[in-house]
Design a protein around this ligand. Structure first.
Ligand code: ADP
Length: 401
């Protein structure tokens, strides 16, 4: 493996989903993106390919039977539309992996043992980990001369204390099958909380933070002095907040109830993961669409918004109780970064708890980190744009250098 000569080059970040491969070629030090794209509908009769460079966007359709073919398509896109991968001097390939279980607490160099261990964790993430392994095999075959690094979504939450990660079910069963809370979106929570500390010119280790990552998937975390101590997702990314199509918390007894209606466990799982959340409540999973409906007087959209906010407040209150003192609250991801009404609703009535939003700052838009709380608010409320690809690229570089 010859990595030494290319340490200043760009990193290729790969995010392999069950039927998609998303990629970005970027320079970690400057965050400059040379190209990005996606191959979607892998395994379906017709795949969707999209490649973007600073010069333009190139969309096409072609069958992409598996992740190996997706990597071939990726190389073709770079050859046709640039930049030329042969001369790009790639430093490394960073792979996003959803589930690292209790095995992977930090990024690791990928070898055959690591891919086998990630595969071994597939029962915990049946849709995601096999896809990540397929992407790794394909990418290592096509980029054999650079280091490949796995960066885990769960890693940031490896510091959760036993009291937080333990489900109150029989211990022997839980230990045998590794049933516990793991947390997800860790790369984003770590990235934005560090960005927040840097923005405030504060030492990361001195701050207590709550991060609200509100995108299609949604999660909250509590971070005490730079150490993650709680998060809303659990064994799987289904637990916690209301999401685009996921229910988040429900009574576990609901499964029995639905089974009594004749639903199979697969149907129940599909219902809670794909047909619930905002989609289940209001028929739409896109928050912009939900807002459009809400403002047109749609009752279901109003209730969906209220349930979404109620759940966030519930977690925020719990984390205030857990941390005792909150220095920073961060909103991030699509909804958190772009929806002032949602942020205002979450913070409504919390000024006596030290959270005071400044309406003018909240309404303003920016694509960079900013404060939206009043100067007298004892908790600084920030909007921090997340950038998981950049975080993966930086962690990849840190490991290989
Ligand atoms: P993912 O979890 O797939 O990465 P994102 O972080 O992109 O998702 O968030 C997607 C959500 O963010 C969608 O509900 C979308 O409506 C919302 N969103 C994205 N951009 C905007 C915007 N400019 N204004 C309001 N909502 C937005």
């Amino acid at each position: 493996m010859t990595v030494g000569s290319a340490l200043t080059g760009p990193v290729l970040v790969l995010n392999s989903g069950s039927s998609s491969l998303k990629y970005q070629l970027l320079i970690p030090a400057t965050a400059h993106v040379l190209a990005s794209g996606s191959v979607e509908r892998i395994g379906e009769p017709m795949g969707l390919v999209s490649h973007r460079t600073p010069e333009g966007r190139y969309d096409s359709e072609q069958p992409v039977p598996d992740h190996g073919d997706a990597l071939t398509v990726l190389r073709q896109q770079f050859s046709s539309h640039g930049p030329d991968l042969a001369t790009a001097n790639i430093a490394a390939v960073g792979h996003r992996v959803v589930h690292g279980g209790a095995t992977f607490l930090d990024p690791v160099l990928i070898d055959d043992l690591v891919t086998a261990q990630i595969e071994d964790l597939s029962p915990l993430a049946p849709l995601h980990n096999p896809a990540a392994v397929a992407g790794m095999h394909a990418a290592r075959g096509r980029f054999p001369d650079v280091a490949h690094v796995a960066v885990f979504d769960t890693a940031f939450f490896a510091t959760l204390p036993p009291a937080a990660y333990t489900y109150a079910i029989p211990r022997a069963l839980a230990e045998k099958h590794r049933i516990r809370r793991y947390g997800f979106h860790g790369t984003s929570h770590a990235y934005v909380s560090r960005e927040a500390a840097a923005f405030l010119h504060r030492d990361y280790a001195d701050l207590n933070q709550v991060v609200l990552h509100l995108g299609n998937g949604c999660s909250a975390s509590a971070i005490r002095g730079g150490i993650a101590v709680e998060t809303s997702m659990g064994l799987t990314p289904l637990q916690g907040l209301v999401m685009g199509t996921r229910s988040g918390d429900v009574d576990p007894g609901l499964h029995r109830f639905l089974a009594g209606l004749g639903m199979s466990i697969e149907e129940i799982d599909d219902l809670l993961n794909k047909e619930s959340g905002l989609k289940g409540l209001a028929g739409v999973n896109d928050f912009r669409e939900l807002e459009r409906l809400r403002h047109s007087g749609d009752e279901a959209a109003r209730l969906a918004f209220d349930v979404y906010v109620h759940r966030i407040k519930h977690y925020l209150g719990a984390y205030l109780g857990l941390l005792g003192r909150l220095d920073v609250l961060v909103f991030t991801a699509g909804v958190g970064e772009h929806n002032p009404a949602l942020r205002a609703a979450v913070l409504e009535g919390l000024s006596r708890l030290g959270l005071e939003i400044a309406p003018a700052l909240n309404e303003g838009a920016s694509t960079t980190t900013r404060v939206i709380s009043t100067p007298s608010s004892s908790t600084a409320v920030l909007v921090v744009p997340t950038n998981e690809e950049l975080a993966i690229a930086r962690q990849t570089m840190e490991l290989i250098s």
